[in-house]
Design a protein around this ligand. Sequence first.
Ligand SMILES: *[C@@H]1O[C@H](CO)[C@@H](O)[C@H](O)[C@H]1NC(C)=O
Ligand SMILES: *[C@@H]1O[C@H](CO)[C@@H](O)[C@H](O)[C@H]1NC(C)=O
Length: 228
Amino acid sequence: MTTIAAASLVVCFLVALSQTASLEPPQQSPTWPPTFSVGFQEEQHVSVIPLSRNAGAWYYDFANRRARFDHSHGQYDSFCQRVGLSPKDKHGDCQLFFSSLGMHVHYPREQICCRACGAEEGCTVLMPTWLTGATYMGTETIGGLTCQGWVKPGAVATDRWYQTADGKPCQYWEKVTAFVPHVIHVITFNVSSYQLGPIPASVFDVPKYCNVTCPKPYHPPHGVQGSP
Ligand SMILES: *[C@@H]1O[C@H](CO)[C@@H](O)[C@H](O)[C@H]1NC(C)=O
Ligand SMILES: *[C@@H]1O[C@H](CO)[C@@H](O)[C@H](O)[C@H]1NC(C)=O
């Protein structure tokens, strides 16, 4: 009995030691840089069943209150799919523009576009501080890199964000809990494509033919803010 107690004490001590050694929680949740761009691979799963896999890119320019999120061929992006546009290929290249005018959904190959929502619906550029209040989860190896993870539960989805110790994005992970079965959405960034600093303004030019309201404009669930 004494031996078991002593042994379990030793185990506890070792566990405590290893936790101290491996988890040095960063003092606070990360803040995104005001301007960056990065390429990625994106996947969605319903439970364990794969739904989609495609490439994409983010152009984030909070400094100028604008962003463009590209979801390439094969995408099942919910904004691209649900605003009522009727491209020949619903899963073709699709771009989301965020600006002071709201959010526009654009299929560049077919040159069709519409305005899905505005600031009233919360369709503004995501704040660099969106991870405020997130909980540190420790490190995980993603694409061969050691990445620090944070988790932030929300009303309709739980978000996870992983980045390297020097602030390069590794992965964005989202589990949409508003619907059953839950959809898991994973964006794994190509760290070697990550760039800080100015992005050409033309990247954010919304085409002239985006001057129409979407057939099915986006209405967020009450009190819910946008996410990537
Ligand atoms: C990652 O980005 C680099 C630099 O832009 C590019 O050369 C490479 O092809 C990309 N890798 C993948 C898998 O897309
Ligand atoms: C939208 O712009 C096009 C030109 O690109 C113009 O022909 C059309 O009348 C405009 N529609 C509206 C509703 O303003």
